[in-house]
Design a protein around this ligand. Structure first.
Ligand code: TXA
Ligand code: MG
Length: 339
């Protein structure tokens, strides 16, 4: 695609004509990025193999990594998924629209490359006025991974999408900054006991309140094969070294040591740590008592790191309560751990 060929629609109102235009792009097999409540997605008609293959090309995404199918309403999952077991039905009723992707046996009509050849497919109804209006207008299943170049932090603004994909996609619906900031929870409901494959916007506790105990897929350190193809890839990491410090008490000591060695040190930390130690070269995440805020800011701050003149960034560890589980999962994948 030539320069200046990515159309940007700034949306202030969901009745905007631009939503129709973007829906028409999707139906014509073009790629359109759109906001969801978690991160921006890069959408294509999930029935159109050629369009879906353009997603993999634009992102530089490995072809064995399946895509999530987005629909405007729960009633639109048929015939793309086969049958809906009881627990999945309950989850849909409780959490949709919302940041929960449910994996079920694949039905009829989707392009093969959406599922990367698997017998299952992930579906979700996103909870963002602009993203949902687009899906309801298009009335087609839309395959959409996060709208970043593969390996980069997921985009939480239209500007991030532009940084990664300008001139590689047909259009971007700009609906402002996303709310949750980390991706949806992925739960495999094709198994007898549902299993969380990726922690995300809906917490394990909230899920268990609705359907009882679930399993959680092994983390990267355990030597289990990854159940979710995407979990085997390193992710979100800036070019600059980021060290995740397990014992927050050690951050200052470690920073002093590195500075003595002549390194320029930055800090990816909470407001509290920043203020307490009057740190500079800050990538401030928010209050450690508001993990929703920290999660919302994470990818934006990770993207900022490479724009600044620092050699090493020390990252604080947060509680894994609630959304903290997703937050720490992403930090672990972006950083090297320091015990
Ligand atoms: O919040 C989100 O989920 C965002 C927005 C755009 O909806 N999307 C997103 O998509 O994060 P993506 O492609 O970046 O991550 C999808 C994850 C990958 O780890 C993929 O391997 C896994 O879900 N996945 C998708 N379909 C699967 C399947 N059938 N079985 C197992 N894992 C699957
Ligand atoms: Mg992604």
């Amino acid at each position: 695609m030539e320069k200046g060929h990515t159309k940007i629609w700034k949306i202030n109102d969901v009745n905007d004509q631009a939503i129709e235009e973007a829906a028409a792009f999707l139906k014509a097999g073009k790629l359109v990025a759109f906001p969801t409540e978690t991160v921006y997605g890069l959408g294509a008609d999930a029935r159109n193999e050629q369009a879906v293959s353009e997603i993999f090309k634009a992102k530089g995404r490995p072809e064995d990594n399946p895509l999530i199918v987005h629909v405007g309403d729960k009633s639109s999952v048929d015939p793309w998924i086969k049958d809906i077991p009881d627990h999945a039905e309950k989850l849909m009723r409780t959490f949709w629209p919302g940041p929960l992707t449910i994996i079920l046996p694949v039905g009829k009509g989707l392009a093969r490359n959406v599922t990367a050849g698997l017998e299952t497919v992930g579906v979700r109804v996103p909870d963002h006025p602009v993203g949902r209006a687009l899906l309801q207008e298009a009335k087609i299943p839309v395959a959409a991974p996060s709208a970043n170049r593969s390996g980069r932090p997921s985009p939480t603004s239209a500007e991030h999408v532009r940084m990664d994909l300008d001139d590689r996609i047909a259009g971007i619906l700009d609906g402002g900054t996303t709310g949750v900031g980390v991706e949806s929870t992925v739960i495999d409901c094709s198994l007898p006991t549902p299993m969380i494959l990726r922690p995300g916007g809906v917490t394990r506790a909230a899920i268990e309140q609705v359907i009882g105990a679930v399993e959680v897929a092994g983390s990267l350190e355990k030597n289990e094969p990854p159940r979710s193809p995407g979990m085997k890839y390193k992710h979100y990491a800036p070019e600059t070294d980021v060290w995740l410090v397990r014992d927050n008490e050690k951050i200052i000591e470690l920073a002093d040591q590195l500075k003595n060695e002549g390194q320029k040190v930055g800090f990816l930390v909470s407001n509290e740590l920043a203020t307490e130690h009057e740190l500079d070269e800050l990538f401030q995440l928010g209050s450690r008592d508001h993990l929703e805020e920290v999660s919302q800011n994470l990818y934006r701050r990770l993207r900022e790191i490479d724009t600044r003149d620092v050699d090493i960034v020390l990252a604080e560890s947060f509680s894994t309560d609630g959304i903290g589980e997703a937050l720490m999962n992403r930090l672990e994948r972006a950083a090297t751990e320091i015990k």
